[in-house]
Design a protein around this ligand. Sequence first.
Ligand SMILES: [Zn+2]
Length: 252
Amino acid sequence: MIEPSVLSPPERLLWAQGVRSPAHIDLEAIAASRGARVIYRQLDGCAARMVASGNKAVISVAFEDNPGRRRFSLGHELAHWICDANRTAFKCANADIGPQNAEAKSVEANANSYASQLLLPDYLVVPWVGVRPVNLDAAQALANDFRASLTASVIKLARLAKAPSVVVCHEQTRLRWFRRNLAFPYDFFVRGQLHQDTAAFDMAFGAASGMSRPKRESADRWFSGPGAYRQVVSSQSVKLPDRTVLSLISLV
Ligand SMILES: [Zn+2]
């Protein structure tokens, strides 16, 4: 049984709306109950925006984005509407909205953190994870069941994992971003460039696409740090539609 007082504010909101399974999460209904109308349309130069007047708001979400991304954008704007005191207007760029940017102390990061809990609330995700392995296959299943993006789902899975884990996103020649979980050693650093013997390298530079199989390899291929060459990781990578490569790496 869940004690609502221990839930985070976005989880309490879902709980109060009667959300007891992933299918119950209806962000448009939450918006409507808070006086916000949601429209999907073409937006120039931003992924979502919110314009408020008194108790009413209009949230616009870029309709050309994929469904998981649109839901995250809507969760992000709902966070502005529900949480931010000076909420007259927000215009949020693509770079502002994303589950990878939820740790820095800023209004945008707080909105991303709130959106992550609205889409993937711990009180439903923790029992869903159960004894499943922490890998990209599980993250894809989580994304499907919760209608969330793969990126948001893999970050959530890594955060809940007991094994030291990190989610990394690479372009061909550089590391775009990474998110480590609390168990991950503080003196290990993600390498800025992909190692040529990794599946992620083949995806970034070659014709390889789709999702690789989980693979054990030397931690040294991914991290620098004391003793990294002696440690083993399990790694799995997937090529994303924007041609970046997303990898989940766990120390074993
Ligand atoms: Zn924003």
